[in-house]
Design a protein around this ligand. Structure first.
Ligand code: DGL
Length: 270
């Protein structure tokens, strides 16, 4: 496994992976929820993006990375990537039936609930889902959409090319604004009540995105839900660390060594 980062064996850690640095938005929620746990974060930046690859390619990477994290002592795996969850989480669960494996999906449920509540159950609200082509195209999201599409207006926007900005450490600026303008320009984006950030890279672009949407637009992502589910699953099997243990985070990355520094920077953001 090609990697850069600190070389440690973290017995009893929570293994977490993404196509790159995006999953650090989930890691932030995990560290807050579970401060006594060790985390080993694997960013697969060398193979990024996942969202425009085939299901088979993502399954292969997901299995290889999971194997690697297990060798390093992971007691649970968090798939901190919507694209890898849609392509590979079922396969991982089949392969490792006893291992807690927590995936992520676009936070459509809380967004639709908030919007229908706002309009007292009327179908007048508008929700935009931003995600990778893979997430939007796969069965998992189609099923989710089926459950909520009668409740409010839902617009799905596939965003190839957007995660690359975060991978380069670019979270604001003219180039990004120009890209967003081109991407969102063809939609009635000013009237969104809620925007679902359906790729774990996008929460790092929230400030840049806020400028495009109206003032009342609320953003939703799945990080907190994943953190709570991880706690629940580990509690269920009695594998949560004791409260007197102080957890640490270790980053590894299949890409350039500078990705470790970027990872630490993103984790430290407020
Ligand atoms: N962070 C990933 C997600 O949540 C994917 C970005 C990509 O690799 O295309 O979907």
């Amino acid at each position: 496994m090609k990697k850069v980062g600190k070389e440690v064996s973290q017995v009893d850690c929570i293994g977490i992976f993404d196509s790159g640095v995006g999953g650090i938005s989930v890691l932030r929620a995990l560290v807050k929820e579970l401060p006594n746990e060790n985390f080993l974060y694997y960013g697969d930046s060398f193979y990024a993006p996942y969202g425009t690859k085939t299901v088979e390619e993502i399954q292969k990477r997901s299995v290889e990375i999971t194997e690697y994290l297990l060798k390093k002592g992971a007691k649970a795996i968090v798939v901190a990537c919507n694209s890898a969850t849609s392509a590979a989480v079922n396969l991982l669960r089949e392969r490792y039936p006893k291992l807690p494996i927590i995936g992520i999906e676009p936070a459509l449920k809380p967004a639709v609930c908030r919007v229908t509540e706002k309009y007292n159950g009327e179908k007048t609200g508008k929700v935009m889902v931003m995600a990778t082509p893979m997430t939007i195209r796969e069965e998992k999201f189609k099923k989710l959409l089926e459950r909520y599409k009668e409740k409010t207006d839902i617009l799905c926007v596939s965003c190839p090319g957007l995660m690359e900005y975060v991978e380069k450490g670019v979270t604001f600026g003219d180039e990004l604004d120009g890209f967003l303008m081109k991407l969102l320009g063809e939609y009635d984006y000013k009237n969104m009540d809620a925007v679902v950030l359906g790729c774990t890279h996008y929460p790092f672009l929230k400030d840049a995105l806020s400028k495009f949407f109206g003032e009342g637009t609320e953003f939703f992502d799945g990080g907190e839900g994943v953190a709570k589910e991880t706690r629940r699953r580990l509690e269920g099997i009695g594998r949560l660390n004791k409260e007197n243990v102080f957890g640490e985070v270790v980053f590894e990355n299949s890409g350039d060594p500078c990705m470790i520094e970027l990872s630490q920077k993103l984790l430290a953001l407020d």
